[in-house]
Design a protein around this ligand. Structure first.
Ligand SMILES: Nc1nc2c(c(=O)[nH]1)N[C@H]1C(S)=C(S)[C@@H](COP(=O)(O)OP(=O)(O)OC[C@H]3O[C@@H](n4cnc5c(=O)[nH]c(N)nc54)[C@H](O)[C@@H]3O)O[C@H]1N2
Ligand SMILES: Nc1nc2c(c(=O)[nH]1)N[C@H]1C(S)=C(S)[C@@H](COP(=O)(O)OP(=O)(O)OC[C@H]3O[C@@H](n4cnc5c(=O)[nH]c(N)nc54)[C@H](O)[C@@H]3O)O[C@H]1N2
Ligand code: SF4
Ligand SMILES: [Mo]
Length: 885
């Protein structure tokens, strides 16, 4: 009998409910859970493709020490011994954990307890430092606690939704769909997007403010000034529930509208419109994400936004409030357990004596950390300086995702003892481990995650973990026991950990701390397994009907009032002659971070298959670039990357956008974080990942090639290469010098082709063009297209050929590099669910099919996950313009 398990998506902070179905033969399929209150059945492209990422290729199946499999006992004893001896010889601060918002709450809780309460150091930080730290710091300044006041429903109830530094269409797609649907139902609702780029999210925007990088503080200060000047301040609210208004207003009174336009790069007309909309709409939600947090002034940006909500009393009420969108599935859970080096468990503070004492008593801990530990950037600096003797990295890939990534890589290489817990052994970080521990992954592990609206949901297992893979909490607890802390770490299962976590949240709380889930402090295992998604707070003995914080105007500062924070509006980055461009980085629709999971799906890789830089057309002349050229990017760190140039007017002049996803496992030199300096926000310690300095030049190569093949190639000795999976094999882009022994020998060697293989081809000596295809009977094994310029062959058509059977005619078409007339070229894939290409959508759009739904009826595109609907709408709009011309 097939089984169905209700669980939660392991990707973004929307936290969608997923139903995973396992057939009798072991095949897995997923669909959205119609009863989950985050998504009501919807899933985006990444969620829909989850089943395709569950294969075993590359999984670590046993603990490895120096590359050799060992027993768990041996591995855990070794880890415990090395951590203990470092602590004995060099003190507790000579060891560190670097964790992740992708751990489950239970994993996170155990790690934090071990480091802060038993090792006695706070050198435990997480990739949330790169993600949410500025929001945490901004919340604590304003509210006295790290509280997200609102719920998703507020976005649907609002009359104005402002999205600041958030590409919601790609990064929180199901929430974006809820917002789009609400806007379609309530057409008077307005959406404003504030982002230097014209992103897919702008598709539903009534107004897009292409703000200059980091000018957000100036913009929101300008708004606060306008609100005060035009009499829109809620004086009673400000007087009763806040302090610091006058000082905050003073900090933003010096700029005229035209000066503001100059500073922000937004026209006075647009500024005025935005200010008026905000001033005159009672129900306003302002969502913000990494365009706000990942900045050297990130915390100030957060407070500049919150100031405007406090001034108008628009917080904690249905349809209004500031709303920090969390990125990772358990960014919030990590904050609840105190995973950051400057926090303690259950939203308590490590710098607070009473909090430390309370947690120590609760844990019966022998030695508590007494001060905040190192934040991510400083942590790796300490590793580089030799101060950290033993480091444990769990569920994150810092060699790719940390700023100054080459420095971080060298630091890890130089560290005397590095433990990495991951599901895969060949990530850029796992390759550097002395001890590699096999972790159970999504679908195998059990625990809870908290989404952006404080909703706690279960992740439930539906597959057995392969071979020796084990849960992360178990690994930590085992090491805790072996270090001599058995009493604190004798957990038998995740449910016991959750109980303890819930009990701590209620311990001596009495309403003094926002995070309280005491209602679940005695949750037995069966009930834990059946736990329905719920929103915190849920103190013991109550079923609160209020799901929003601060509705009563009470905040968590000792005087119960919120704080306005006076924030200066200086722009930090002025381009220099040497590095005239701004490097902006972020995400694409169908990939997740460092691609260790989404990068395995052919479907997800078809949307964008190689690393690229989005460049404004106005910068092409100065840098002598054309679309599809390769471009070499140089950062202030001295590192270089080579990626494809994508010229687009969505990109603002002087600014270049590069996705963060590509890494040394799938490209030659495209780890963009190697270019980013470790500049950071002085308050939150969050790195400025969106605003680095850059220069670039065209990358000259004597040859360019495109290759499709069944088997994964061996070593690739090219200046530029990028590999992605496709149906039936792999697709590669190559550039550099042609192989010295000729292309045919190269092909045979690199792909380990059998001797008697059938290779057909043609080459044109003067132009350097080569076309070559290798067949085994009617099956295509590989096709290679070489040219002196970027290869102009339809990628989608060529990729499809691996799955075809080949007769004489189609062999000729392959060598000609052109689809035959009866097999039109689909163009770049837009809808990855149904494999529908741009050319197909454009062709139908030109026949008068001019709504997304009509296209859906014709081609099915956009009718499953809906992630491509903004793209389809853009294609229709472009065709209409062309038709009108
Ligand atoms: N597809 C996909 N979805 C994801 C993820 C993923 O890897 N892939 N990761 C998840 C995670 S962990 C996170 S944190 C979220 C991130 O979600 P988002 O923050 O929405 O995504 P980003 O692409 O990092 O950046 C958002 C936007 O900030 C803009 N920006 C840059 N500088 C500035 C500035 O100075 N001011 C303003 N106003 N905007 C600026 C960028 O142009 C970019 O469009 O996504 C989550 N969802
Ligand atoms: N330039 C630039 N850099 C950025 C960003 C940016 O916008 N620009 N964004 C930053 C942000 S917001 C974030 S959140 C980070 C994300 O950066 P990372 O956390 O480094 O990225 P991931 O690829 O998600 O890494 C997760 C790792 O954990 C493994 N893994 C998955 N599930 C499990 C599990 O259950 N257990 C264990 N032990 N391992 C598991 C995966 O295989 C993978 O190797 O990147 C940051 N870096
Ligand atoms: S929006 Fe997509 S990635 Fe995010 S939780 Fe939902 S299905 Fe997963
Ligand atoms: Mo993130």
């Amino acid at each position: 009998m097939p089984t169905e398990t209700r669980t939660t998506c392991p990707y973004c902070g929307v936290g969608c409910g997923v139903i995973a179905k396992v057939e009798d033969d072991g095949r897995v399929s997923v669909k959205g859970d119609p009863d989950h209150p985050a998504n009501f059945g919807r899933l985006c492209s990444k969620g829909s493709a989850l089943a395709e990422t569950l294969d075993m290729e590359g999984r670590v199946l046993a603990p490895m020490v120096h590359g050799k499999p060992v027993s768990w006992d041996n591995a855990l004893d070794l880890v415990a011994e090395r951590f203990s001896s470092a602590i004995r010889d060099h003190g507790p601060d000579s060891v560190a954990f670097y964790l992740s918002g992708q751990l489950l709450t239970e994993d996170y809780y155990v790690a934090n307890k071990l480091m802060k309460g038993f090792i006695g150091s706070a050198n435990i930080d997480t990739n949330s430092r790169l993600c949410m730290a500025s929001s945490v710091a901004g919340h604590k300044r304003a509210f006295g606690s790290d509280t997200v006041p609102g719920t998703y429903e507020d976005l649907e109830l609002a009359d104005l939704v402002v999205l600041v530094g958030s590409n919601m269409a790609w990064c929180h797609p199901v929430l974006y769909q809820r917002l789009s649907a609400a806007k379609a139902n309530r057409p008077h609702m307005k959406v404003v997007v504030i982002d230097p780029r014209r992103t897919a999210t702008c598709d539903i925007a009534d107004l897009h403010l292409a703000v200059r990088g980091n000018a957000d503080v100036a913009l929101f200060n300008g708004l606060l000034h306008h609100l005060a000047q035009e009499g829109h301040v809620d004086e009673a609210y400000v007087a009763q529930h806040t302090t610091g208004f006058t000082e905050a207003l003073m900090a933003c009174q010096h700029t005229s509208l035209s000066e503001l336009a100059e500073v922000t790069g937004v026209s006075t007309l647009q500024l005025r419109l935005f200010f008026q909309w905000f001033a005159n709409t009672r129900k306003v939600v302002t969502c913000y994400s990494q365009g706000v947090n990942q900045s050297s002034v990130g915390t100030n940006k957060v407070n500049a936004i919150i100031n405007c909500h406090l001034a108008t009393g628009r917080i904690g009420k249905p349809g209004s409030g500031p709303f920090s969108l969390t990125g990772q599935p358990n960014a919030m859970g990590g904050r609840e357990v105190g995973g950051l080096s400057n926090m303690l468990a259950a939203h308590m503070d490590i710098a607070n004596d009473a909090d430390r004492d309370r947690v120590q008593r609760f844990w019966a801990s022998p030695i508590m950390a007494q001060k905040p530990g190192l934040k991510a950037v400083e942590l790796f600096e300490a590793v580089a300086a030799g101060k950290i003797k033993a480091l444990w990295i769990m569920s994150t890939n810092p060699v790719v995702s940390m700023p100054n990534a080459d420095f971080v890589k060298a630091a890890i290489e130089a560290c005397p003892f590095v433990v990495v817990s991951d599901m895969y052994g060949s990530t850029d970080t796992a390759r550097l481990a002395h001890v590699l521990l096999p972790s159970a992954g999504w679908g195998e592990k059990s625990g809870t995650v908290t989404n952006s609206e404080r909703r706690i949901s279960r992740q439930r297992p539906f597959l057995a973990a392969p071979a020796e893979a084990r849960a992360d909490w178990w690994q930590m607890a085992q090491v805790g026991c072996r270090m001599g802390f058995g009493a604190g770490f004798a957990y038998q299962n995740a449910s016991e950990i959750f109980q303890e976590h819930a009990a701590l949240s209620a311990f001596e709380n009495d309403g003094s701390r926002d995070f309280d889930i005491g209602a679940h402090a005695a949750l037995e295992r069966q009930k834990y397994d059946a736990l329905e998604p719920f929103q915190w707070p849920q103190p013991a003995g109550s079923k609160p009907d209020e799901t929003r914080f601060f509705a009563n105007g009470r905040f968590y500062h000792p005087d119960g009032r919120a704080r306005f924070v006076a924030v200066p509006a200086n722009l930090d980055h002025r381009p220099s002659a040497e590095f005239p461009l701004i490097l902006n980085t972020g995400r694409i629709r169908d990939q997740w971070h460092t691609m260790t999971r989404t990068g395995r799906s052919a479907r997800l890789s078809s949307h964008m298959a190689e690393p690229f830089a989005e460049i404004s057309p106005s910068d092409t002349r100065q840098f002598d670039l054309e679309d599809a050229d390769l471009v070499e990017l140089t950062g202030t760190t001295g590192a270089r990357c080579v990626v494809r140039a994508l010229i687009t007017d969505r990109q603002a002049p002087g600014s270049v956008f590069v996705p963060m996803h590509w890494n040394d496992s799938n490209s030659a030199r495209a780890r963009v974080d190697s270019l980013v300096s470790n500049e950071r926000d002085p308050i939150s310690g969050q790195p400025a990942l969106k605003n680095a300095a850059l220069t670039m030049q065209k990358f000259e190569a004597s040859c360019h090639a495109f290759l499709i093949c069944r088997e994964k190639p061996l070593e690739l000795d090219f200046d530029y290469w990028a590999i992605a999976p496709c149906d039936g094999g792999y697709r590669l882009e190559l550039a550099g010098h042609p192989p010295t022994d000729g292309w045919q020998s190269w092909l045979v060697r690199t792909l380990r082709l059998p001797e008697n293989i059938d290779i057909v081809g043609l080459s044109d000596e003067p132009t350097g063009a080569v076309r070559m295809a290798a067949f085994a009977a009617q099956q295509l094994l590989a096709a290679l297209f070489v040219a002196s310029r970027p290869v102009a062959v339809s990628r989608q058509w060529a990729v499809g050929q691996l799955m075809e059977t080949h007769d004489r005619r189609s062999r000729i078409a392959l060598i000609a590099g052109r689809p035959p007339a009866d097999q039109p070229d689909k163009g770049a894939i837009i809808c990855s669910c149904f494999n529908v290409g741009l050319n197909e959508i454009a062709a139908v759009a030109q026949t008068g099919c001019n709504t997304v739904d009509a296209i859906g009826e014709m081609l099915k595109a956009g009718t499953n996950c809906g992630s491509c609907r903004p793209d389809i709408r853009r294609i229709i709009a472009e065709r209409q313009v062309i038709a009108a011309e």
